[in-house]
Design a binder for this molecule. Structure first.
Ligand SMILES: Nc1ncnc2c1ncn2[C@@H]1O[C@H](COP(=O)(O)OP(=O)(O)OP(=O)(O)O)[C@@H](O)[C@H]1O
Length: 251
């Protein structure tokens, strides 16, 4: 496996308050990495750095290096639309646009100038199949995406992102608003998707991290405490803080 994204010494401040204190992490292609840690430790903040979503928050200062395919994500020459196409994000609450399933999935493709109906049809089918929701929506592609269940909406959002063929998929607690069956379907989908993508997931659910993640990063108070193979970290962590967190002593 190869490293597709590497961060070094990442500091982020909201105004005067520093929320990340020098985070070094690397992410492999064709794998799932979980970011875990108690509420407020900086998981979402770090995740948002990876496709520059924090740029949208006023008074945010970010330093450090983010090498993606040997390019610096924070270089002034980076095209943000292109970056967010390559590094897409799925959020906690499913957020389909108030359009049909078809229009949701073709949205990014149309933005980048694709209009050929046959091509769009093929991409819609491919993306919805990859997101494991094709069978459930294929007869209703013109129906509003918002009329489907939460779990189906989340998989439609994943399909919307897959349509533009990203390299990295960022997910911020993608199943915390879903029922157990829908969550399990998303986990199965992610395990399939990792064959083709680098997946980085923030989760509060330790069982979920242990089920699906190849590697897990444990964060605490804006610091990276430990980063290791998930099975190693969950059975034999190096640091006492990691052990205490995994054993439910805090968090
Ligand atoms: N937009 C913001 N403005 C100011 N401070 C923020 C902002 N977003 C997050 N913070 C602060 O940064 C710190 C890290 O928050 P962050 O949401 O990244 O943590 P988290 O580990 O993802 O938490 P949770 O698991 O509760 O989502 C917290 O102290 C939080 O209050």
């Amino acid at each position: 496996m190869s490293i597709i994204l590497e961060t070094k010494d990442v500091h982020l401040s909201y105004g005067k308050k520093e929320a990340l204190h020098g985070v070094n992490l690397d992410f492999e292609d064709n794998s799932i990495t979980a970011l875990i840690g108690p509420s407020g430790c900086g998981k979402s903040t770090f995740l948002r750095c990876l496709n520059r979503m924090n740029d949208l928050i006023p008074n945010t200062t970010i330093t450090g290096s983010f090498q993606f395919h040997e390019r610096e994500i924070y270089a002034s020459t980076i095209d943000l639309v292109e970056l967010r196409k390559q590094i897409g994000m799925v959020f906690q609450q499913p957020n389909p646009f108030p359009f049909s399933v078809y229009e949701n999935v073709t949205y990014g493709l149309k933005l980048t100038g694709h209009s050929d109906r046959k091509f769009l049809d093929e991409q819609v089918e491919r993306a919805l199949k990859q997101a494991a929701v094709w069978d459930e929506v294929k007869d209703n592609l013109n129906k509003s995406a918002m009329s489907f269940s939460g779990g189906q909406q989340q998989r439609i959002c994943i399909a919307r992102l897959l349509a533009v063929q990203p390299d990295i998929i960022l997910l911020d607690e993608p199943t915390s608003a879903l029922d157990p069956i829908s969550s399990a379907q998303i986990e199965t989908t992610l395990l399939e998707l990792k064959k083709e993508y680098c997946i980085i997931i923030v989760t509060h659910n330790l069982q979920q991290a242990s089920r699906i993640a190849d590697r897990t990063a444990f964060m605490l108070n804006g610091n990276l405490v430990e980063y290791d193979n998930t099975s190693k970290m969950f059975t034999n962590p190096e640091k006492q803080d990691t052990s205490d967190y995994l054993n439910g002593k805090f968090g």
